[in-house]
Design a binder for this molecule. Sequence first.
Ligand code: HEM
Length: 263
Amino acid sequence: MQRKLKVPNITYFHFLIFFLKKNCFFKHRFTLDFTFAPRNLFFPMNQLARTFNSSVGKKLIKALTGLFLCAFLLEHLYGNLLLYKDDGGEAFNEYSHTLVHSVLIRIVEIFLFGAIIFHIIQAIVLTRQNNSARPVKYDVQKSSETSNWFSRNMGITGSVILFFLVIHLKNFFVSYRITGEVTDVAAHVKESFDQGWYSAVYIIAIAFLAFHLNHGFQSAFQTLGLNDKRYSSLLKQIGTGFAILIFIGFSSFPVIFYFNLLD
Ligand code: HEM
């Protein structure tokens, strides 16, 4: 009689865990609670859940969701640039209309809001864990020698961005997508930036966003294991370039519409 040999079911998750172990955890000298035991081979989801529950896993989620939000910002900036088209807002409104009616975009948006929530939760949990592991604060003099105020206070810049997001989503997302009060989104953006205080709040919030990105961008890549000395200064420069692009790009809207520079 022929005996069938049972071959473990190696899935995508095993490769993912292998990749994480090799590229991130190993470099940071963290131990990953993963062994190629039969139970783990057949239940990779359990293993993945345990991995993401560890403090390294939380850092990883923060890094991955942060990079996903960076990609969103580029796409959002591209969409908003359509406001500069001299067509009475037609291209921008058509773009917004496409966003509403595309199933794919709807799915991506669920990921987007999920990423925002996960990013915030992981940041809070990690900060609390770090504070309780280190009840005595570092000497301010010493820590400021190696880092600046913004890199040490990502929680503060993040909270300002969250506050901005609430105002922003209420004004643009809720009124257009949920309550339907707004139909001409392009005209609504221009009317909003006609108010000085509103434009000022935007510019200040985007400046905080830029500082958050300046540190967050390179920090995310470091978490992913790309912290080799050869690339760290390049990564820093790319992060700063990205933060400057986001600042100039997004703050141009309140400036241009408030001062009517297109007319
Ligand atoms: C200052 C320039 C900005 C303008 C003119 C602008 C405009 C808009 C508009 C009109 C919408 C609704 C679009 C629609 O549903 O079709 C929207 C949504 C959104 N915005 Fe902005 N936005 C700006 C900056 C930002 C920044 C800096 C962030 C992130 C910190 C951001 C995050 C979001 C999010 C998460 C949504 C909901 C998701 C979506 O509709 O795709 N926006 N924005």
